[in-house]
Every structure is written in C-alpha cells, then in structure tokens.
Design a protein around this ligand. Structure first.
Ligand SMILES: [Zn+2]
Ligand SMILES: [Zn+2]
Length: 642
C-alpha cells in the first residue's frame, strides 16, 4: 500500500473542516468558530489518502464520522499553535527530556522540544516499593512541565497501561493540555478521569493507527503494533531535524488475538527514508529469541480447562490484559462454563472494553460474582485480579480466607496467568503456598504456557533496529541492566558506541543530523501520592515512617509550671511498636525517671529553653533505651507549660 511522503501531506480545505463534526469538536473550545478554525488547524490528519483498514475486531461497532483530510500542501497548513522557532533554538536542534521511565519500569514520561514547541509522550505512574511505606502511587515530577506549560502543544499516548496513562489525572488537574490516543486508550483514560472528576473538562482526541497528529513543529504518526493490550501504537515523530521513532511497549505477534500483525512495513519504509533516532522498549532485552504469540496461552487454557473437568476454575491475570481475558472467556464459553469477575479494576476494564467493542463476550456468559455460587463448580470460571500477589487483591484475599464471596476448596484449580514482576516473586509465592495449603491445585507459568510477555525479546528488538536503521539509538523503558543489554544488542549489530546513549531520568538529549549528546539535566524526581496528598509526603516523612516501622515510638509527656519551672505532673510514658509494655515495666519506669531527672538537671543549670530541654531528654532517654534493648525508637518529649 503506497503511502504519501510526509512532505506532501494534504491540507483540509476550510469547507471540508466545517463539514466535519469531529474536526470541529477537536478544534473549537467555545470561541468564535470560524476564527478558531482558521487559527487552529484540525489536529488529526491522515498521512495518506489510501485508508489503512482498522484492525479487525470482533463486535467492534462501526466507526463514527471521522473523516480523513484530503489534498493540499503542508506548507500552507496553519498549525494548532503558533510556532516561530528563532534561529538560536533551531541551531540547538531537537531536545528529548526524560521525565520518567529510565532506570525503572514505570512512570513513563518523555518530553520533546523543538524551537518554541514541546510535546509530551505518555504520562504513567509507578507503584511504590517496600521502602515507601504508606505511599499509594508514585508519579513523575511535573516542575519542568510547569515551567514550560505555554509551549506544550499536547500529550500523545502510546497505550492504556498504568505505566503510560496512570499519571494523566494528576497532570490534567494542573494543566489543560489536549490528549491524543487511540480509541480504547481514550476509553481507559476517560474511566480514570471520571474517578478524579475530570472527564467533563479534559480535551481528549481519538486517533487511529495510520493517522498523524499535527502539533506545532511536530507531526506525530501513529503506527500499529502488538502488545498485551489492544490499540497500542508506536509513534514516528516527524521533526524539522528528522524522524524519531518511539516504539512504546511492543512485541511482534504474527497471530495476534485482535487483528493485524505489527506494521513492520511502515518501520521499514521510515528506515529507508532515514530515521534520526530510535527510542525502543528494553523490558525484555535480557531474553533471547522471540516472544511467543499470545495465542499459545489460549491453547494452554483449552488443555487445562478440559483437564479440570468437573472442578471450579479460578484464573488470575492482569486486569488490563484484554487479550487474555478474551481467551479465557472464549474457552470457558466453548466448554459451557459461565464466567464471573472478581476485582474492581477487572470489572472496569471489562466493561469499558466490551462497550467499545474490543472484548467480545457471548450473551449470558458473564454472571455477577454474587450469584456465582448458584452455579455448580464444573460450570464456572472465576477471573480474578491479584496475579502479582498484591496483599489487598482478590486472589490474595481468597488465599487467606478473607474474600467475602469466594472460599477456596480442595477441588479448585487455580491458574496464575502472569509472571511475577521482578520484586514480586515473594508475594506471589506466599499466595501460591497458601492456596496449596487449602488443597487447591495451582498452575503457574513454569508448568504450562499460561503466560506470554507483551514485550519484544532480543531478536525482535534487533529486527526493529535493523528495519529502522536509526542514526542514534536510545534504549528506554527498563532498569539500567535492561538498557545496557539493549545497547549491547545495537553494538553487536554494528552501531557505533558514540551513537548510542544510555540515559537516566532527568537527562536531556540534544540531537541534530550533526550532533548527539547530553545537555543540562532537568528535575525528574519521584512525587509520592498518599491518599489525597500529592507531593506532601517527602523523604523526611518517609524516613520517620521507616523509623516508626522499625523500632516504634516512645512519647514522654509532662506538665511544668512556666513560672517556677517545676514538674507538676508526669512524665507519663506511652509507647507503640517498641516493647510489650506489660513485660517492660521496669524499662518504662527507668525511662520515666531519667526524663524527670534530665528536666530537673537542666533547670538547675539554668537551661530553660524548652527545645533544648526536649533535645537533652531525647538524647539521654535514647541512650538508655539503646543500652538496654539495642533498639532506637523514635522518642517524642512533650512538655506542656501551665
Ligand atoms: Zn504496556
Ligand atoms: Zn510500559
């Protein structure tokens, strides 16, 4: 299928724009319509006049009236936002700032800058690890974005996984940027924004693979790829310096569940014309060979489901793995089993994706979990969240007999259809052990092909490098070891070392046809979300939490006469998490006496500044406790003056 080169991209005549409801909606924000249309060109255009058929999806509703733009000349095309790069900024070329996603698998956020225009790619979150007690989520630092908010033309999203869309509500709470994503991704984003009360104000624009979004100096082309969620895309970002391909998360699946194979032809075409830089997914860079097709999991399900005849099946998977959920539903319904869902995120994803036609659920197959017990075991499959052993997840609650609706029985067959993310092996192992203790049969990855990865392995990664033939290469989406391994693959293919860059969060890469290197870094730390608080929990709060968790706390409370500096009452001693008080009465009494003694000593030495007295009490009592227990609880003297 011939594609029109980008430098001959057509412009939409004004009358065509006025006819097209989608374009009007996308460009008019309550202003005078005509002015606004002239100022703001339609942001979405096709790169070609031959329409690439959308991936065939079962039950997908007919496309709404999104018309493609036609003939014209790009030079005359007005841009959505004024962009007048001065000679100085042009000379500095293209800059790519990494605000997240390097040295970690999570909170992906990349910023492209050229002249007066900026563009964001993805806006994900990360989950806290063990050294962040009480933290719910980790989001990127938006301070560089805040400093440049007037330059940012839009946010383009590669796919609907949490590590790519999870921080959008926090971003859109502060800034009104337009967001561009494919249909399912928009659906999942909307669900997130609804939870934050932002769905009415957000400017969300649907794009499909093959289309291009015009954002100032950038033209962002969406390319169809395969991943563990439908409607995932790679981006070819056309800039005045050249084309940068950001693969997003991808794999090469020649027999995907949802239609077409990755558009390798387009990668090759771009490679032939010349690619300035490739930013590619490093998640599986350590794994040799090819990633297996998602379809193989369906075959394993078929075998296992048949083998479990007469017994209840419980399958744990990632909520967002819609292909996996589809295959479970398909096999279940072919064997005459009903399907029940356990876990809120799973229910949300299933309802959004079946509403949009990405999940095909045969009639009368889904039953509410409440009535699942009315069906005999051999007629039921329960799909559940918790494949990572998360303590509050549905599967963990089943394993530890804390689930209100499901009790594990000796006849159950539990399939864990996921691999533990590095760091989660222990929690997954605990859940498996607990399920086994209850007598259930547990099947996990190593035993059958009940999981395949959504990310490319070494041979696939090399193929993408080979097809795109980039001038520069930056491995992204991975811990340092993954990035290094990915770089090594590029070296092995003959890529000169000076054209490959392993960067970290905060790095700003400058590139042009002639130069490639690092500039001054920008802020790109972690921002913790705890309850309603965003960013208020910092390293000091975390240090205190860890201290409290390790050795507990002792509060020494006393009342003093502010005129005579005499103890009126106390010290009273309270402890939490330090010692079992009933068995440590002597120690508590020693602490009490020491605190009183230190207070009196201070006063008799004319040391009457309360902060100083508290400090002395803290030090002396701390020393006593350490000598007696080798523990260092947090010590909090409270002195009330009356
Ligand atoms: Zn992903
Ligand atoms: Zn990802």
């Amino acid at each position: 299928m011939g594609r029109r080169p980008l430098d001959r991209i057509p412009t939409t005549p004004l009358d065509k724009i006025l006819e097209d409801p989608k374009i009007i909606n996308a460009s008019v924000g309550g202003k005078n319509q005509l002015d606004s249309l002239i100022e703001n060109a339609p942001p979405i255009r096709r790169t070609e006049d031959v329409v690439v058929p959308a991936p065939k999806r079962r039950g997908r509703p007919p496309k709404s009236a999104v018309k493609s733009a036609e003939a014209g000349d790009r030079k005359t095309k007005p841009t959505p936002a004024p962009s007048t790069p001065n000679s100085e900024s042009v000379a500095s070329g293209l800059k790519i700032a990494f605000l997240g996603g390097l040295g970690e698998v999570g909170k992906n956020l990349t910023l492209y800058e050229y002249g007066e225009d900026m563009l964001l790619v993805d806006c994900g979150l990360a989950f806290p690890d063990q050294d962040m007690p009480g933290v719910d989520l980790v989001i990127p630092d938006f301070s560089y974005i805040a400093r440049n908010a007037d330059k940012i033309r839009g946010v383009v999203i590669t796919h609907g996984h949490e590590d790519h869309i999870g921080s959008l509500p926090y971003l859109l709470k502060e800034f009104k940027f337009p967001v561009f994503a494919t249909r399912l991704t928009i659906g999942l984003i909307k669900g997130k924004l609804r939870e934050h009360g932002l769905h009415h104000t957000a400017d969300l624009n649907e794009v499909e693979a093959g289309q291009t979004v015009f954002l100032g100096n950038f033209q962002v082309e969406y390319i169809h790829i395969n991943h563990s969620i439908p409607d995932a895309v790679s981006l070819a970002i056309h800039t005045p310096e050249g084309v940068v391909i950001q693969t997003g998360d991808f794999k090469i699946d020649s027999t995907p569940i949802d239609g077409d194979m990755i558009d390798l032809a387009r990668f090759a075409e771009l490679g032939k014309k010349g690619v300035l830089a490739l930013l590619s997914d490093s998640t599986n860079a350590e794994r040799p060979g090819y990633t297996q097709s998602e379809r193989i999991v369906g075959e394993s399900f078929e075998t296992l489901f048949r083998r479990a005849e007469g017994r209840r099946l419980i399958v744990a998977s990632f909520a967002s793995n819609i292909h996996r959920v589809q295959q479970i539903i398909d096999v279940a319904s072919s064997l005459g089993r009903k399907v029940a869902l356990s876990g809120r995120s799973l229910e949300n994803v299933v309802s959004i994706s079946s509403e949009l036609g990405y999940l095909n659920v045969p009639e009368n197959t889904l039953v509410p979990l409440d009535v699942a017990r009315n069906y005999p075991d051999e007629k039921l499959v329960i799909i559940t969240t918790g494949s990572q052993g998360e303590p509050m997840s549905a599967l963990a609650r089943m394993a530890f007999s804390e689930h209100r609706k499901i009790e594990i029985r000796t006849t159950d067959c539990v399939i864990i259809s996921a691999t533990p993310i590095p760091g989660n092996e222990k929690t997954v192992g605990r859940v498996i052990n607990e399920l086994m203790k209850k007598g259930a049969e547990v099947v996990y990855e190593k035993m059958y092909d009940v999981h395949v990865s959504g990310h490319a392995c070494q041979e696939e990664l090399k193929l993408i490098i080979g097809l795109t033939k980039p001038k520069y290469f930056i491995p992204v989406h991975g811990e340092l070891k993954h990035l290094r391994k990915h770089a090594a693959l590029a070296y092995a293919m003959g890529m000169p070392k000076e054209r490959v860059l392993i960067a970290e969060n905060g790095a700003v890469v400058h590139m042009s046809a002639k130069s490639f290197g690092l500039g001054n870094p920008v802020p790109a730390g972690r921002v913790f979300v705890d309850g309603f608080g965003v960013g208020d929990v910092g390293s000091i709060v975390l240090r205190d939490r860890k201290l409290l968790a390790q050795d507990g706390i002792m509060v020494l409370s006393m009342t003093v006469n502010s005129a005579a500096y005499e103890l009126i009452s106390g010290p009273e001693v309270f402890t939490r998490g330090f010692v079992y008080v009933k068995e440590a009465e002597e120690l508590i009494e020693a602490a009490r006496r020491t605190a009183a003694h230190v207070f009196n000593l201070c006063v008799s030495n004319n040391m009457i500044e309360m902060q100083a007295i508290k400090g002395k009490i803290r030090d002396t009592v701390g020393q006593l406790l350490f000598e007696r227990t080798k523990r260092t609880p947090m010590i909090l003297p409270v002195i009330m003056e009356v």
